[in-house]
Design a protein around this ligand. Structure first.
Ligand code: ATP
Length: 203
């Protein structure tokens, strides 16, 4: 199962939800793929990848079947998922079934992704509800934004996972405000970002 993101910083939704979904789908491996530059988030450059990678390593250390693949960090330019999937399909072979785990926000804007139709031919997506889209709201959104056949497709790919009100952007803002983040970040990640003085100014 492929789980891409900026992980800026990695938070509890990133660490608790993918193992639940992997178990539900019977996926052997969870591949965390940190993006170099998210093509849809180019206005706000992320924290240097060396820090995001270090935090992600700490965050997933205790997930037995999780690995980080750094392929997007080693590629020039924006990180397009289609390029990543082609590389991974080559690496793992055509007989390996790939699942692509994404949050509700990503699913609702999926048609902005480069070659999104080809992506759906290569992988089976699985969508996690996240604020402001709980399960019922997400079904309504798919029905109102997409054509009936496509809405039905996405609705059939919603995962039953806990609804966690956490996002990296909220965390960055809370850090600037000096708020307590212990319920959203693993202690190791909280320690790392403090020790490295990350997120002290808006970036
Ligand atoms: P930001 O707030 O900066 O947009 P983020 O919290 O969405 O960041 P990403 O690293 O971009 O973090 O997320 C990676 C993936 O995890 C995306 O598919 C995103 O939709 C999903 N995700 C993030 N937070 C949650 C959450 N609370 N519940 C479910 N999925 C989530």
């Amino acid at each position: 199962m492929i789980f891409g993101g900026t992980f800026d910083p990695p938070h509890l939704a990133h660490t608790t939800l993918p193992p639940i979904v992997a178990k539900m789908l019977g996926c052997e491996l969870i591949l965390y793929i940190p993006a170099s530059i998210n093509p849809l988030k180019t206005q706000t450059p992320p924290t240097p990848s060396v820090h995001r990678l270090s935090m992600l390593r700490l965050a997933i250390a205790s997930i037995p079947n999780a690995l980080i693949d750094e392929l997007e960090l080693h590629r020039e330019g924006p990180s397009f998922t289609i390029d990543t999937l082609e590389a991974l399909q080559n690496k793992y072979g055509p007989e390996t079934k790939l699942h692509l785990l994404i949050g509700a926000d990503a699913a609702l804007s999926f048609e902005k992704w480069k070659d999104w139709q080809r992506i759906l031919e290569m992988v089976e997506p699985i969508v996690m509800p996240r604020p402001p889209y709980d399960h019922a709201t997400l079904i309504r959104e798919f029905n109102s934004l997409f054509k009936p056949e496509q809405a039905a497709y996405w609705i059939a790919h919603i995962a039953e996972v806990p609804y966690l009100d956490v996002s990296a952007s909220d965390i960055r803002q809370m850090l600037i405000n000096g708020q307590d983040l212990s319920q959203f970040l693993l202690p190791e990640v909280a320690h790392y970002l403090k020790a490295n003085e990350l997120y002290q100014m808006t970036h």
